[in-house]
Design a protein around this ligand. Structure first.
Ligand code: UT7
Length: 338
């Protein structure tokens, strides 16, 4: 049985920090409200020199270096993003050019905050099927470019960033062991950015909406996310033939600490078995899970043999989960690093 193991990881964040105190000067809010209702204290904001591509590139270079691979070793690049640098070509194609990954196919995948988990599962299928041996998977978003900084219901939540992992083929029972992808398009109206796509057919509307902003019914997304995070995590654990007691680490999408706590309660997991960094980065959309992976790996919190559950939700409404057995057993090291 061919499996897809995570052999490299990397992350990139803009340097510019926006604190809750900064936001207090911009909208009617307070540090107290933001911390109590979300757990977020500060987030990183893309400067004019930061783009989804530039952050993806930095995270990808790190991930390849950790895997000991050269760009030419990569067979496929998948970038999960809803904030591409441009409509076309894909950010993945631009990333391929910047990396010099000349053998790789490349495409973007849009599943909003669930994007990285979706992309990881799609990439793993190519490896399981024997189509490819080495896939670079990136989750990257610069959502603050689509945030209305006069809307306190959204502007306190989001930050920018990118994370990347390298997936490699192995015959050992490690890597992505089970997967779940979900969608309920009836909830599309609860979280969306309009004025951006070809659905706007009237030229006047297009001009009026030139700066597209995210709109969200936070309470609806909250209710949905509390339910699906727990359900999806449970489902992938069961699919892998394990029980909740086998979960060593939960890496959830970083949207709101109350959502994470509710999922943890349902899964009966203590705080020390949950990775959370939203206090420092806010919700970085598709980047949140791979940033957590890179941070946890660098901190030595991911050790061979651990069962790690990745779970995310977002616009769509969409959700996804994966059970990863951490480790690189049986991975053939072909490259020599950059
Ligand atoms: O990746 C997926 C992206 N989206 C999400 O994850 C969002 C999920 N939802 C949430 O995290 C929460 O719903 C929010 C943090 C967005 C809001 O928290 P809530 O506990 O659901 O608050 P609420 O929307 O029910 O609003 C409660 C009150 C309202 O005032 P009134 O009507 O009770 O007077 C809001 O106007 O809090 C007010 N409020 C704020 N007050 C201070 C909303 N945003 C703010 C703010 N500062 N930033």
């Amino acid at each position: 049985m061919r499996n897809a193991a995570i052999t490299g990881w990397g992350m990139a964040l803009p340097e510019q920090v926006l604190t809750n105190a900064d936001l207090e000067r911009m909208v009617e809010t307070s540090d107290e409200w933001i911390v109590a209702r979300t757990g977020i204290r500060e987030r990183r904001i893309a400067a004019s020199s930061d783009t989804t591509l530039s952050l993806s590139l930095a995270a990808s270079r790190q991930a390849l270096q950790v895997a000991g691979l050269a760009p030419a070793d990569v067979d496929l690049i998948v970038v999960a993003t809803v904030t591409p640098d441009m409509f076309m070509p894909s950010t993945a194609s631009l990333l391929q050019r910047e990396l010099g990954a000349e053998r790789a196919g490349a495409f973007d995948l849009a599943a909003a905050c669930s994007g990285f988990v979706y992309a990881l599962n799609v990439a793993a299928q190519f490896i399981r099927a024997g189509t490819y041996d080495t896939v670079l998977v990136v989750g990257a978003d610069t959502l603050t470019r689509m945030i209305d900084f006069t809307d306190r219901g959204t502007c306190v939540l989001f930050g920018d960033g990118a994370g990347a992992v390298v997936l490699q083929a192995t015959e050992a029972p490690v890597g992505i062991l089970s997967t779940l992808l979900g969608s309920d398009g009836r909830g599309a109206c609860h979280l969306f950015v309009d004025g951006w796509g070809t659905g706007i057919v009237d030229d006047e509307d297009r001009t009026a909406l030139r700066r597209p902003y995210m709109k969200m019914v936070g309470s609806e997304v909250f209710r949905f996310s509390v339910r699906v995070m727990g359900e999806a995590a449970e489902a992938v654990v069961k699919q892998a033939g394990l029980t909740l007691a086998d979960i060593d680490l939960l890496i959830p999408h970083q949207a709101n600490i109350r959502i994470i706590d509710a999922a943890a309660k349902r899964l009966d997991l203590p705080r020390e078995r949950i990775w959370a960094n939203l206090d420092r980065y806010g919700n970085t959309s598709a980047a949140s899970v791979p940033i957590c992976i890179a941070e946890a790996a660098a901190a030595g919190a991911l050790r061979p043999g651990m069962n790690v559950v990745l779970v995310a939700f977002g616009a769509g409404l969409s959700w996804g989960a994966t059970l990863v057995r951490w480790g690189t057993d049986g991975v053939e090291r072909r490259g020599g690093g950059e």
